[in-house]
Design a protein around this ligand. Structure first.
Ligand SMILES: CC(C)(COP(=O)(O)OP(=O)(O)OC[C@H]1O[C@@H](n2cnc3c(N)ncnc32)[C@H](O)[C@@H]1OP(=O)(O)O)[C@@H](O)C(=O)NCCC(=O)NCCS
Length: 214
């Protein structure tokens, strides 16, 4: 007999797809459930507010019923004034009822693969080093970089997609993503509707059959 965790790990029905407009409300509710209201006070939020995610890099995990059970988005940033371009990852979250089933890892691996495929050179994030180390994230190259607000230095991590990209990188991260339209910013409802790439690909990144990639 399968445990619940094994059932999810072996289910062929969980897919990772590009987020679309219909996912916004479910994604926000999922983030509230997984992270609580303080999520909006994070320094990373300063680099996301009023911006669209990097093109093609807002991903949702869906279960067999089509419900959103995981989310990850990546954002365009610059490393210091006039510095190189990079991505900031976050938030990453899965529905609390599906924790430990490999969905977070599958989202991370898909996000990293897509970012590399799209030509991005480095990904940064603020998060738990023991979790993100398994995907190659370390503090090794973030020592001369900083977030625009309070954060814990040992949680400020980076992964180079192109080796050497972060050599010599220094300064405060700056938002560099496509801005939400001015009219959109005035209305919270419209903001939520627009908080997703309007040109998200409709194609899915269905994971290979079998266990979710860990
Ligand atoms: C962090 C999160 C996305 C992981 O997703 P998940 O689908 O539960 O994780 P996976 O099933 O892919 O991986 C589970 C493994 O990660 C480990 N893990 C999970 N969260 C961890 C954390 N914060 N620190 C260290 N290890 C962690 C588990 O112990 C497990 O280890 P194992 O493979 O050795 O058994 C999920 O727990 C979550 O949504 N948390 C709340 C939101 C959040 O805090 N997000 C930001 C994280 S910094």
């Amino acid at each position: 007999m399968h445990t619940e965790k094994e059932a999810i790990e072996t289910s062929p029905d969980i897919v990772i797809v590009a987020e679309n407009l219909a996912d916004v409300a479910a994604r926000e509710a999922l983030l509230d459930r997984a992270m609580g209201p303080k999520r909006r006070k994070k320094s990373s939020e300063k680099l996301r507010r009023g911006r669209r995610p990097s093109e093609g890099l807002a991903l949702i995990a869906r279960n067999a019923e089509g419900s959103a059970i995981g989310t990850v988005r990546l954002w365009d940033v610059r490393l210091g004034e006039g510095g190189p371009a990079a991505l900031l990852l976050g938030p990453l979250a899965v529905d609390p009822s599906t924790k430990g089933a490999g969905i977070g890892s599958a989202l991370m691996r898909q996000a990293i693969a897509e970012a590399a495929r799209l030509g991005h050179r480095a990904i940064l994030l603020v998060g738990d080093a023991p979790y993100y180390a398994r995907f190659g994230f370390t503090t090794e190259k973030t020592g001369q970089l900083s977030m625009p607000g309070p954060y814990e230095r040992d949680r400020f991590l980076a992964l180079e997609l192109v080796p050497g990209t972060l050599d010599g990188a220094r300064g405060v991260l700056k938002a560099a993503g496509r801005k939400l339209g001015a009219s959109v910013r005035k209305s919270p409802a419209a903001f939520a509707k627009s908080d997703v790439s309007s040109d998200s690909p409709s194609g899915s990144f269905t994971r290979p059959a079998g266990r979710l990639a860990r």
